[in-house]
Ligand binder design. Structure first.
Ligand code: FES
Length: 100
């Protein structure tokens, strides 16, 4: 069953499956998310802020946790390439590295 994910700031609703990552779903629907490393969890450019649904995302995997520790991510900063859709997820794509 498809899961709707909302991407801010453009308010784009994307229908995704549990099998794909947030990054894969976004790119399929032409939502522009930087992804320099190609989805391997090593560049950090696909980082988003989770605005709703953080409590339904599973804990970070090892790859994401290493990045989060290295860069001092807040709890709501997650990598699109390392997470899968869950119901009610709303994420915001940073428009600049200097915002939070
Ligand atoms: S695409 Fe590089 S960390 Fe997600």
């Amino acid at each position: 069953m498809p899961i709707s994910i909302k991407f801010l700031p453009e308010n784009r609703l994307v229908e995704a499956s549990q099998e794909e990552t947030l990054l894969e779903a976004a790119l399929r629907e032409e939502v522009d998310i930087p992804h320099s490393c190609g989805g391997f969890g090593t560049c950090g450019t696909c980082r988003v802020w989770v605005r709703e649904g953080l409590d339904r995302l599973p804990p970070r995997n090892e790859v994401e946790q290493e990045m989060a520790t290295d860069r001092g991510f807040d709890d709501h900063e997650r990598l699109c390439c390392q997470n899968h859709p869950c119901a009610g997820l709303v994420v915001e794509i940073p428009t600049s590295d200097f915002e939070d």
